[in-house]
Design a protein around this ligand. Structure first.
Ligand code: ADP
Ligand code: ZN
Length: 512
């Protein structure tokens, strides 16, 4: 008596077949078993509850964290003829929706998690007929996730009132730790975990230290025709960068939560319709946008986590054609992120720190970026993808421990108050008025770096900050961080990537 979902897939949704793990997930749900599906963005998560909602008697209650997202999904579901409604504070037809639910006229009912705590909602559910609980963005239930929302913790007690109604938790972003936590928090058995393949083979990953951020991004735009997204950390930053990028000749728009809603919508609409537009945006942009032909995603600064990086870069190349992802990072990004971690509640700090270190490892690696990403999502990829910066031009790794020790010594001997430029001048013996006045030319660390090591000084300074061996104070002066000791005395080592020699910049003539 197994239910066959294929006819409904074809007639209602118009798809000839399932993709990836969709079939596996749908079969489990139709069998009434609790499930956590981890599927990357664009893999088609919505279908895995919408289809069972069409086939099973009763209403599927969908928990979703953002009202805007819910309304997008509502539109999409209604468009294919699914009977759906949202029940949120933003809806003024709530009484009507309750009536439709009780009369069995709804396949899908979208609600926000805070709804779950109300006894009147519980009461409403008990008077209707339920087919399924679907929990979208299920990582919000975990403190290990990057987007913990306490309201998600109220779901379990509600679901437990309806033990026979199956549960389907969905997320695009969960490392092993977060997954285990979601299973536990939502009462889903271990064998209910289904993980889709995360590889996006048509995306080429590039990760580069930032020098002059604007020029680097303008270069990406010049080299990549087609629509693209540039992610910037602050609202003000998007405006500034957009202005600078207007000179590239491409149409440029901005998107952030501080814009007038009408402007925001117009920009988004124009971007979706465009074939060459560059959208300079905060991470508020992209969720729920269906634009398959985005050719590049560039991060002007460090994303929040590997999950966030994967999700944001995943908006490129959904059509399967080649696309690129560029990330430009600076030591100051890591310093700021560390500072922010210091401000969150203590219980969450270890998790946040782990997340930041994972990002540090990704940007620092001399190995395959894709392999590192996929390993993070629990897969066992090969060591060579052939489609990331490090695979395409393998960097040389050198042991820079001694240079790091010299660097740290110079910071120490000069009193832990000078910035990177001054430290480099001391180490390379560049006499300035300041160094003379400070008497630093007499120090044992004066002029002890030369040759090839000079070019490594800046990257070493960056790596020391990334590892928290050095911290910049409010005035830009470098001080020791907790990891300094291990490098100076504890036998820790620092290996550095020497970037592949760039082709010499054009200097006019055509010499080879
Ligand atoms: P997710 O929520 O996982 O990011 P969506 O549910 O928004 O993904 O689906 C992404 C896109 O894939 C949508 O345009 C959807 O219509 C399409 N899609 C989903 N399932 C299939 C399928 N089996 N065959 C073809 N396209 C599909
Ligand atoms: Zn690779």
């Amino acid at each position: 008596m197994a239910l066959d979902p294929i006819p409904v897939l074809q007639s209602t949704f118009g798809f000839p077949d399932f993709r990836g793990v969709q079939r596996q997930v749908v079969d489990r749900v139709l069998g009434g078993r609790r499930t956590l599906a981890v599927m990357p963005t664009g893999a088609g998560k919505s279908l895995t509850y919408q289809l069972p909602a069409q086939m099973l008697p009763g209403t599927c209650v969908v928990v979703s964290p953002l009202i805007a997202l819910m309304h997008d999904q509502l539109r999409a579901a209604t468009a294919v003829g699914i009977r759906a409604a949202t029940l949120t504070s933003a809806d003024d037809n709530r009484a009507e929706t309750r009536g439709r639910f009780l009369d069995g006229e709804l396949d899908l009912l979208y609600v926000a998690p805070e709804r779950a705590s109300g006894s009147d909602f519980r009461e409403l559910l008990s008077r209707g007929n339920l087919s399924l609980f679907a929990i979208d963005e299920a990582h919000c239930v975990s403190e290990w996730g990057h987007d913990f929302r306490p309201d998600y913790r109220l779901l379990r007690p509600l679901f437990d009132q309806f033990p026979d109604v199956p549960r389907l938790a969905l997320t695009a972003t969960a490392d092993a730790h977060t997954r285990a936590d979601i299973l536990e928090q939502l009462g889903i058995p271990q064998d209910g975990l289904i993980v889709a393949g995360f590889d996006r083979p048509n995306i080429r990953y590039h990760i580069t230290p930032r020098d002059q951020g604007t020029r680097q991004i303008a270069d990406v735009i010049a080299a990549t025709p087609g629509p693209g997204i540039v992610y910037v950390q602050s609202r003000a930053g998007t405006e500034k960068l957009a202005e600078a990028l207007a000179r590239t000749g491409r149409p440029v728009r901005v998107y952030h939560a501080g814009l007038d809603p009408a402007v925001r919508q117009r920009n988004q609409h124009d971007f979706v319709a465009s074939e060459d537009m560059v959208m300079v945006a905060t991470i508020a942009f992209g969720m729920g946008i269906d634009k398959p032909d985005v050719r590049f995603v560039a991060h002007a600064g460090l994303p929040k986590s590997i999950e966030a990086y994967y999700q944001e870069t995943g908006r490129a190349g959904r059509d399967g054609d080649p696309a690129v992802a560029h990330l430009f990072w600076g030591a100051d990004d890591f310093a700021r992120a560390r500072q922010r971690i210091g401000e969150v509640e203590p219980a969450r700090q270890p998790g946040e720190r782990q997340r930041l270190n994972a990002l540090g490892a990704l940007v620092e690696t001399a190995g395959c970026r894709r392999a590192m990403l996929l390993r993070h999502f629990g897969e066992q990829p090969g060591d060579y993808c052939g489609n990331c910066d490090n695979c395409l031009s393998p960097p040389n790794a050198v042991d820079a421990t001694e240079l790091a020790q010299k660097y740290l010594s110079a910071v120490f001997r000069t009193g832990m108050m000078f910035g990177a430029t001054y430290i480099e001048q001391v180490l390379t013996g560049q006499s300035t008025e300041r160094s003379l006045m400070n008497g630093h030319e007499q120090l044992s660390v004066w002029n002890i770096v030369d040759g090839d090591d000079v070019a490594l000084l800046k990257p070493v300074g960056r790596a020391l900050q990334l590892r928290d061996a050095l911290r910049a104070n409010d005035h830009g002066g470098l001080e020791f961080g907790p990891a300094a000791r291990g490098l100076l005395k504890g036998g820790d080592t620092l290996s550095m990537i020497v970037p592949p020699k760039r082709e010499r910049r054009r200097r006019g003539g055509g010499s080879a």
